[in-house]
Design a protein around this ligand. Sequence first.
Ligand code: NAD
Length: 475
Amino acid sequence: MIHVDQIYIDGRFVPATGEEEVDIVNPADETVIGRARMASREDARRAIEAAVRAQPDFGRAAVADRVAMLERLQVAMLAHADALRESSILEYGGPATRSQWVANYASQCFGDAARTLSSYVFERPVGVDGVSTLQMRPVGVSGLFAPWNAAAGTIASKLAAAIAAGCATVIKPSELSPWQALVITRAIHDADLPPGVVNVVTGRGADVGAEICTHPDVAKLSFTGSTPTGQLIARAAVDSMKRVSLALTGKSASLLLDDADLRVAIPLALGAAFTNSGQACVAGSRLLVPRARLAEVVEQVRTAVAAMRVGDPRDPATAIGPMVNQAQFDRIQRYIRRGQEQGATLLVGGEGRPEGLTRGWFVRPTVFTDVRNDMDIAREEIFGPVLSILPVDSEEQAIAIANDSRYGLQGYVFSADAARARRVAGRIETGTVLVNRVAPDLLAPFGGVKLSGQGREFGVMGLEAFLEPRTITVG
Ligand code: NAD
């Protein structure tokens, strides 16, 4: 049994003092594998106080010192990569190959941030005839919020940017990922940062999260999670005028142009749709297909999805692991039902568990055809392995449908003509558009438009999200 009863404040592991204990359940077989004690509101306050004490010295730390800290974090994360992969597999059923990628990525974030920081110019002339100087300064104590579906990656990328900027932090991992949070915290501890620079309080949003969002000494919130929670956070933050970055819900479209080589494009589009078992903010869950090519696309998708291995997330051949918990399982069943009720055609998959799997929160990878963009399955984030195929009659219509969404996180364009694909990409209203690839560029800005969020992470813009400009103008 795993016992998670410690949080991390002021450079030390200390007992969490919340009253609530939650089970850690292996979603692949529904067995209880551990218990975690939640942090309390008081724990959050103590964590914030530790960060407040650390901020003045840390904010003045030399760039070379911060680079060295980031490099130590990179090494420490790598040393814990196996444990990180294991905790992802066991705690939320992350497929092994994805869990390994995330474990490595957690380390890479710190290396990337060290390089970005090394070449960043914190002070530069601005304005008329150089009378003004722009100074980019740490924004101050920052609250970092992570969702359960991307615990390690989110914590690492936010923390890397905050450390690069010189901001002390209070990290609030999801109550659904206490074990992953503990593994990451151990790595952070091994990096030997000054006490109070990083604090980790795993607990509920309603108390621990709310305390961080409203505490007057927290200057910045960087949140990744769902749009409704992001909206709550932004409202709570405004009274003390905290700076807020929000990375939220997505409902991304993949545009298959009529010249696409299907042997290349379909595996990529399916990769976009089913990554992380479909529990991904960037899931390309709407596939827009030219009507003239619909029949061949449908046939290839049917064959590929029917062949997807669902099951033990530890098996590298597994494409789709279990959903994180029963609530997530039930949610996906509801959407599969609603898709049929609203008139979409079930191509493959459907309700219930895959054959042969009687335990665990496994769902059947599901594809609908004849989907209209006004159906719930095309408008709402399902957060599971459910793909909607929408036929389109022209490139213009594909662009219009892609943009007819309240969300705008990521888009995908697949075409044999790179220049044409770029032109189309330039008309997609999302923060990122990937052309003929599904792997992100981890040094390029990432974030959403519309209800998918505000602000950008990664690279220079990610660093600047933790900086506050000050102008000095001399007469
Ligand atoms: P969630 O919004 O339920 O929770 C996210 C975090 O917010 C958790 O740590 C949670 O405890 C905390 N929280 C909840 N209520 C709070 C409150 N009132 N005050 C402060 N904190 C509170 O999201 P989730 O279910 O953990 O994650 C899934 C969602 O996250 C999906 O919608 C997905 O698209 C989104 N997501 C977005 C990105 C992105 O980069 N845009 C990445 C991953 C996940």
